[in-house]
Write a protein that binds this ligand. Sequence first.
Ligand SMILES: [Zn+2]
Length: 348
Amino acid sequence: MADSQELDIELALDRIEGQLDDEMRQHVTAFAAAYAAGTSLPGAPDLSGRASTAAVAKRALTFPTLRPRAVRLLRLVAPILIERDAAVAAARSREPTWAGLRALAAARDAVAVARFRRPALDVLHQLSGIREASVLTLELPAAIGGWTETDHVLEDRALDDAWRYLAELAGAAPALEIIRTDMVRPRFFAVDRGSTGIAVVPKVIDTPAKRFGVLHELGHALVNQQSSYEWPRAFDEAGASYVARLMEAPDQIPGRWYSPLASVARARRTQIARVLDTVERTIQNPTDPPFAKPPWALWHDPGAQAAYVRAEAIAEDIWTRLGPPREGLSIGQDLVYLAIELDSNLAI
Ligand SMILES: [Zn+2]
């Protein structure tokens, strides 16, 4: 029989999840609409950034039967708790400079150490499915001529066709709400884990870079449909990267998605992520990185770069072992097994 402490924590988890599941569904729907419209983005529900929510999740981690739910909750709560801290918010509101990023990173570390007894990047990397640091490098790759230039306009139906093709192969219901707007970058929002979501995509898809962006987001939609697992970020990105590889050779997916530049663009993207990850890991070094100012991603999305680097390695592994999508192949299942194994030794 479970001891009474475990039961107390379980009841607290039930209460939090009961409230949060509903609130998050509404929040994500509202967030996607605001994102697509280019209006101000709503903040996450109060409960999702409370220290008390994180404390319940941390206590639940110590009970094996509650552990998966605890990890799921921490994945949501830890980044919000860190970014909501008053000192972090103040540092983030300043003009981005390298000195400013050092101060911001120190503020993030202070909250993370107080709440999780380890630096912020360590917490975020653990939750994102990263266990090893990648090689440090500051070598920026050259731009790829033509990647962001118009080559052809993708047919209107190509997006629906591609999505239906992917969903049918995976045996998933092709439920996906698509919002078309030229205001913002493509992005997928998981409204319900394991089922539906909203994809915001451009009205006109006329460059290889835009085709990549859209396919990548369809990849997120596909892994979301295939499992209700609260994905470690590296695995979610790996699924997106795997699907986006379909544009690297002709006739791998219905529609004119192919670009001969796509595989070198992937290598370039990965190298940029390595460079930004290096900058982030070494931010407290006394010399400024050799770039004018901190990029948006490091200012607003800490820990993401290592997840992108890791995602490419995971996607490479799936592609090598399983090949491109085919009837009955659920990459979501494959990713879930890997993610569960990794989460079982989460250390925070
Ligand atoms: Zn992505």
